[in-house]
Design a protein around this ligand. Sequence first.
Ligand SMILES: Nc1ncnc2c1ncn2[C@@H]1O[C@H](COP(=O)(O)OP(=O)(O)OP(=O)(O)O)[C@@H](O)[C@H]1O
Length: 263
Amino acid sequence: MIGTAPLQRKVAQSTHVSVQNLNVHIDGRHILKNVSIDIPDKGITSFIGPSGCGKTTLLRALNRLLDRQPKTEVSGQVLLDGQDIYGPGVEVTDMRRKMGLLSQRPFPLPMSIYDNIAYGPKIHGQRNKKELDALVEHYLRETALWDEVKDRLGASPATLSIGQQQRLCLARGLAVEPEIILGDEPTSALDPVSTQRIEELFLRLKDRYTIVLVTHILRQARRLSDTIVFLYMGEIIEYGPAEEVLLHPREPLTREYVKGFIS
Ligand SMILES: Nc1ncnc2c1ncn2[C@@H]1O[C@H](COP(=O)(O)OP(=O)(O)OP(=O)(O)O)[C@@H](O)[C@H]1O
């Protein structure tokens, strides 16, 4: 595919995030090569591809997390609702507020379960105790945690299982009302039951949020994705509706990857 346009199939929905001619160099290495994709509004878009192909780098470029990374240069555009997040005058904090990020391992804040959820709304001006209580309950219900933690809201998140902590982090992210949820292999540290619960949550949330996931688990991509973006050595090889890309890949490299010949 080097030197030719990536194979793009028609994605029906409107675009939420449009990546245009994105190039990333890290320490002089060309890591993302002229990446252009349209991420549809709502639904689940998954970045798949072999280890080291640039999935995480692409995800991190979507909310300018690469800004803080040493020896990293980014060029190109990422249009969020039509506005270039790398453009002049962009308030990075406001832009990031539109995106919740789930990492591979959960990182709850060092405060109570309750405060983990209340923290964001408080920072954004919500001071009313009753309303905060209602928000905390709402987002804990949204992430299917309420029944498990309602009697110990003052406890430390360290008393929760890793899977529960990951759902708490999701609840914390949702509480600041993002439009987009970014997940960087968010189930990779979890056991199969916790993984299933997170996957169920994504499926429930995808009608209301644009969800972008990095996964190296092909079966997970099959279970969850509406749109697939297949990367290989920093290039987009093929992307489009999940069923088409996974079941009828057009590019030889995609075919080999979905058959498990390259990993
Ligand atoms: N901070 C960094 N410093 C140096 N090289 C980096 C850094 N971050 C990423 N890279 C390099 O960029 C390339 C892409 O990495 P990235 O983590 O985006 O790939 P990935 O597809 O997410 O891989 P994996 O599935 O193994 O997590 C790799 O060669 C990696 O070594």
